[in-house]
Design a protein around this ligand. Structure first.
Ligand code: PRP
Ligand code: URA
Length: 204
């Protein structure tokens, strides 16, 4: 792991890190994740005139979509928009039931009913991959609407959640900051960092 990512992760995990600092560290780590998630994106050759001469350059002309899963995915969005400023943004919210089987219910989706064929990749942004219920639901929601390529980007995953996402959607690339060993009985990642949404956006 990049040393800056290790440092950001330590601060995010620390129970004494308060919301303003938590938001800063999530942004800092998300910049590194955005770098990793976009490394292989295609560029095409173009001619550019500098003030002095004309030269060959490489530019990105594909269209991308960012899909932040509310609430916590919102904390990763600005970093990804720094990398892909022209990306479309499709917010998606769901409510995770804290009871068996922890499956999410969709509460709002700004994903278009038919995703344009011109969208090269959809990046799902959600810091936490626990049971993978939310991730699998989001990926299926995008596939049902025609997404061609999907990359899931998270800060922390657990072994079982990653295995479930890989087995249900083997075609989805996963970019994740760190992997923890287990879930507790409430489906929280252990050691994890707690409830990412609450730590980002305290309500009281
Ligand atoms: C968290 C997290 C994921 C989900 C992961 O959201 O941001 O969306 O849980 O858990 P899963 O892998 O078991 O589905 P939460 O439902 O706590 O909502 P919040 O972001 O509003 O706190
Ligand atoms: N969602 C979180 O925010 N944290 C966890 O540990 C699991 C799900």
């Amino acid at each position: 792991m990049h040393p800056v990512a290790r440092d950001a992760m330590a601060r995010l995990r620390n129970e004494y890190t308060l919301a303003p600092e938590f938001r800063r560290q999530l942004h800092r780590l998300s910049l590194l994740l955005a770098n990793r998630a976009t490394l292989e994106l295609p560029t095409t050759s173009c001619d550019v005139s500098t003030p002095l001469a004309s030269t060959k350059c490489q530019a990105m002309d594909d269209l991308y979509a960012l899909v932040p899963v509310m609430r916590a995915g919102n904390g990763m969005l600005d970093a990804f928009l720094t990398f892909l400023p022209n990306a479309l943004v499709w917010h998606l919210s769901m409510s995770r039931m804290h009871e068996d089987p922890f499956d999410p219910i969709l509460t709002d989706s700004k994903v278009p009913d038919a995703i344009p064929g011109s969208v090269h990749t959809c990046f799902v942004l959600d810091p936490m991959l626990a049971t993978a219920g939310s991730a699998c639901f989001t990926v299926q929601h995008l596939k049902d609407r025609g997404a061609k390529r999907i990359v899931f980007v998270g800060v922390l995953g657990c072994t079982q959640g990653i295995a479930r996402l890989q087995s249900e959607h083997p075609d989805v690339d996963i970019v994740i900051g760190a992997v923890d060993p287990r879930l507790n009985e409430m489906a929280y990642i252990v050691p994890g960092l707690g409830d990412a949404g609450d730590r980002l956006y305290p309500t009281q």
